[in-house]
Structures are given as structure tokens and as C-alpha cells.
Design a protein around this ligand. Structure first.
Ligand code: SIN
Length: 525
């Protein structure tokens, strides 16, 4: 029977998830936390001669999540060699078998979702609903792409007619070994999207998760292996990014890179990959943003406040899709800000293992220090902290990285903080007089990932869609002004500095970014 679509509303309404998630927190403590984990290259479990790194939880730094290998260049090379060898067979496996394996992976993740969600909470501090939603999103993505592969007949089709006697076909073929590099903010769902995109289309993968969340990455690796992805077709490496960068971009056996993360790292990979390889190769990048939301005089204020609060402060603003710039029509500014502050002050910040917590910690000490730095910079430059602005200390917060959701007004629009992606729960707000002006301001950024508007006026919404230069756009979204894209419903595509291909994950053209066309013509007399 088809499962009802999961949304935050249905998650909130489903009481049964809470005991299961709480039990999983205990199971994960016993089964996973504090252990030593190898890397996986082909059939082998490898321990690095360069030692391990320790991962601690941002919820409470006395919790050791685990010890992970510091892979070195030798391991990266070996994994690429193994993946290249495995490509010979995997790329010739029928796409129908690969589709079956991906559907099995979806089932396995469904069975393990509470443990995976608990691990996400321990590793990056995500609250239970967001952590579970991430697992469901991964499951839906696997199913969506399996369906899409079938609907497109494995991306093979007849073309033509060509010249006399010509029978023409188009086949889509994989490239080879893809290096997949994922960030901390969706440590399961984002690598799942990139890896399944590569695997279902017949490519092989060397996967390097972020060092902030290698355990969620390991569970993803295990789900694919247990579903039937053969050894060598997917490989799992951990360790500092710098070790990988040169090898990944220069090794001629790497056929493509799929990366989600910061703009700086993404652009470095892009530049190096373009110049160090013997010929152009595909690179899929998703590089964050500085996302605007607009609230016009014709907005439903309650809806807008909800949408903005969720999108700005959900997972501490550490989503590529988070709202970080807010433009409000001058005529409703005071009323809107009053409601916004009221709603924000009701958010519970604390240990995300607790059911009532909306905002857990930021991911690490560096993020906490950045938070203090940006708040100070904003204040010094004329910004007024309307709400928040403080690091939370004391009994309940002392061992983790907790900060207040923060609203700042009055910062000059030319200030650097209006341009820079902070990846923190800091929302900048300014007033506008005309929609044209607001859209112009919203577009005045190098980024172009997500943008939202609140207006009950169809003409205003149409104007926004036609003129906004962002890939994922929303109107009147109470659940998240700029957040919450779902596979098969919203293509998650970055324009400008937010992406490289113009084809988004979760959308109907994503798999084509892992495929190259082959035109096949047979002449029959
Ligand atoms: C993200 O990838 O950062 C978030 C996805 C979303 O909220 O739409």
C-alpha cells in the first residue's frame, strides 16, 4: 500500500515515532558511540597508518561519537583504482538490476531510520523531527529515482528518422568513477542523493563524508552494501579534506566529482579539476547561498512569520536553503517584527534529544565563535540586535555549542554580512518600498539557491517568479519560506555561485548529469 507522503505536519501528529526514536538513542549509545571505525576499500576494512581522528558531539562534548581513520593519499589512490576496476562490471549490469538494488536500499533505510536519525542527532545536533525527515527524504529520493529510471527506460530511446536505411537510437552511458564529497548539514540525505545518482546510472563511487558526521555516512555506505551494491562499486573513506583535494582533482581515473559544501571548497575543486585533468570532465556542485525572503504589504502575516522562523532558525540556520535575508514592506514592518520576535522567543533551544527542542547546538566550536564574531561585527556597524545575539551558557548548555536565534535590523545593505553565507541562526532584516526594489536587492548576490515571497496577490507572486534569480522558489510557504525541498516535488538547483549544472537534485533531470549520451546508428539496406 502506498505510504502517505511524510510532512512535518504528519510527523508531529504521529505519536508512535517518539518512543521508537528515544529507544534508538539508547541503542545507538550502546551499539555505535565511542567505537573505532575502519575505512572500506573494495572488500577490505582498512586501518590507516596515519592514525584516527576523534569525533565529539556538539550537543555535549563529553560524548565521543567515535574514532575514524585518517585516510592518506595512498588510500585515496587505492580506492579510485578499485572503483575503476569495479566499473567494468557494474556499468554493464542491467539498469533494471540497479533499480532493484536502489529500491532495496530504500527498504533497508526505512527499517533502520530511527537509529540513523539518532546518529544524526548525536553527530550534528539535529532535532528528532528534522533528523527523521532527513531519513524519509533519502528513502523517497531512492524510490523517486528508481521510478524515474523506469519511466525513462534507462534513458534509452529511439531517434530519427535519419538518412535512408538508418536506425537511430540514443543510449545514455555512465562515465566511470565519481568522487562524492558531502557536508555535515544533511549528513545522510545529501550524500544519499549524490551516491544514488551515480550508482543507479552505472557509475562507481568513492565516498568521503564530512569529518563532522562520518558515522551517518558509514550507515549510508552500509545500507547500499547490504542492498546488494558490490564491493568496490562504493568505497568509504574518512579524513581531512586537504589530503583528498589534490589527488581527487588530478587523478586521471576520476571521471567526475559530486560535491555539496561551501563555495570556497567547491570553487577550488572546480578550478583544479578543470585544469589538472587531461580533458573536461563533469563536476556537480551545490555550494550554499544567501537566501532572501520577501514579505509584501499583501502578505498573510501569520503565515509569513511561521515560514520565516522555520526557514531562518530550523537546524540553527545551517541549511543551504536557510533564509538569512528578510525584506519586509515598510508599511507592515513594525507589526511584522513584533510578531516575528514573539514567535522566535517561543522557540526552545537546547539538547535536541528532548522532544520539545526546536533548535539544538551549532555544529562545532568554530561555528560558535563565528556566531559571536558576526553578531559583534553587525553591532559595531550599526546593526541592532532585535532578538538573541547571545551564546547560551550554564548548566544546560555548558558542554555544547548553543546560541540564540538572532534577528538583526538596521545593518547597512552594503555590509559584508548581507553578502556572505554565515550558516548560522542569524537573520538580517530590512524594509522595502516597492516590490521591484525588494527583488533587485534579493538578486544582488552572487548566490542563487532558494528564495521565497509572502503575498496573497497573484500579480506580485508572478512578478517575483519571473524576476527572481534563484533556482528553488516558493510563495506563501508556512512550512519554510525557503526550506524543505522534497525529491520529486522541488528540484533543488542552485543558480550562479550556488551550483554548476543548472539541473537539480530531486528533479527530473538530475540523473542525466551522471550520464553521457551515445548516439547509435545502424544502417540496414
Ligand atoms: C539543504 O540542502 O541545505 C536543505 C534542503 C532544503 O531545505 O530544501
Amino acid at each position: 500500500m502506498a505510504r502517505e507522503k511524510i510532512t512535518y505536519v504528519s510527523l508531529f501528529a504521529d505519536e508512535s515515532i517518539h518512543p521508537m526514536y528515544e529507544k534508538a538513542l539508547e541503542t545507538v549509545r550502546e551499539k555505535y558511540l565511542g567505537r573505532h571505525y575502519p575505512i572500506f576499500i573494495g572488500q577490505e576494512e582498512v586501518v590507516s597508518e596515519d592514525g584516527e581522528f576523534e569525533e565529539r558531539s556538539p550537543i555535549d562534548t563529553s560524548i565521543v561519537v567515535g574514532y575514524f581513520q585518517r585516510a592518506n593519499v595512498k588510500h585515496v589512490r587505492k580506492a579510485i583504482d578499485v572503483a575503476e576496476e569495479a566499473f567494468q562490471k557494474w556499468s554493464r549490469t542491467s539498469w533494471k538490476s540497479r533499480v532493484e538494488i536502489m529500491r532495496r536500499a530504500a527498504e533497508i533505510i526505512d527499517q533502520r531510520k530511527f537509529e540513523i536519525a539518532a546518529i544524526i542527532t548525536f553527530e550534528v545536533g539535529k532535532n528528532r523531527l528534522e533528523a527523521l525527515a532527513e531519513c524519509w527524504e533519502a528513502i523517497d529520493a531512492l524510490k523517486y529515482y528508481a521510478d524515474l529510471m523506469e519511466a525513462n527506460n534507462g534513458y534509452e530511446r529511439e531517434l530519427g528518422p535519419g538518412g535512408p536505411g538508418e536506425r537511430c537510437r540514443m543510449a545514455a552511458r555512465p562515465y566511470g568513477v565519481w568522487f562524492v564529497i558531502s557536508p555535515f548539514n544533511f549528513p545522510f540525505m545529501l550524500p544519499n542523493g549524490m551516491i544514488q545518482g551515480a550508482l543507479i546510472t552505472g557509475n562507481t563511487v568513492v565516498f568521503k563524508p564530512t569529518s563532522e558526521a562520518p558515522l551517518a555516512g558509514l550507515l549510508l555506505y552500509q545500507a547500499f552494501r547490504d542492498a546488494g551494491v558490490p564491493p568496490g562499486v562504493i568505497n568509504y573513506l574518512t579524513g581531512p579534506g586537504e589530503v583528498f583535494e589534490d589527488e581527487v582533482t588530478s587523478n586521471p581515473k576520476v571521471a567526475g566529482i559530486a560535491f555539496t559544501g561551501s563555495r570556497d571548497v567547491g570553487m577550488t575543486l572546480f578550478r583544479k579539476f578543470m585544469t589538472r585533468q587531461p580533458y573536461p570532465k563533469p563536476i556537480i556542485l551545490e555550494m550554499g547561498s544567501k537566501n532572501p525572503a520577501l514579505v509584501t504589504a499583501k502578505a498573510d502575516i501569520k503565515k509569513a512569520v511561521m515560514g520565516v522562523v522555520r526557514a531562518a532558525f530550523g537546524f540553527c540556520g545551517q541549511k543551504c536553503s536557510a533564509t538569512s535575508r528578510l525584506y519586509v514592506h515598510r508599511s507592515i514592518m513594525d507589526k511584522f517584527l513584533e510578531e516575528l520576535v514573539k514567535e522566535t522567543s517561543s522557540l526552545k533551544v537546547g539538547d535536541p534529544r528532548n522532544r520539545d527542542v526546536f533548535m539544538g547546538p551549532v555544529v562545532n566550536r568554530r561555528a560558535l565563535e563565528n556566531y559571536m564574531l558576526y553578531v559583534e561585527q553587525a553591532k559595531k556597524s550599526g546593526g541592532r540586535v532585535l532578538y538573541g545575539g547571545e551564546v547560551l551558557r550554564g548548566d544546560n548548555y555548558g558542554r555544547g555549542f548553543y546560541v540564540q536565534p538572532t534577528i538583526i535590523t538596521g545593518l547597512p545593505r552594503s555590509h559584508e554580512i548581507w553578502k556572505k553565507e554565515l550558516f548560522l541562526p542569524i537573520l538580517l532584516v530590512d524594509a522595502f518600498d516597492t516590490l521591484e526594489e525588494a527583488v533587485r536587492e534579493a538578486n544582488d548576490t552572487e548566490y542563487g539557491l532558494t528564495a521565497g515571497i509572502f503575498s496573497e496577490d497573484e500579480d506580485e507572486v508572478r512578478y517575483f517568479f519571473e524576476n527572481i534569480e534563484f533556482g528553488v522558489t516558493y510563495a506563501n510557504r508556512r512550512g519554510g519560506a525557503t526550506t524543505g525541498a522534497w525529491p520529486g516535488a522541488q528540484t533543488f538547483v542552485g543558480w550562479k555561485a550556488s551550483g554548476a549544472t543548472g539541473k537539480g537534485i530531486g528533479g527530473p533531470h538530475y540523473l542525466l548529469t551522471f550520464l553521457r549520451e551515445q548516439s547509435r546508428t545502424v544502417v540496414v539496406e
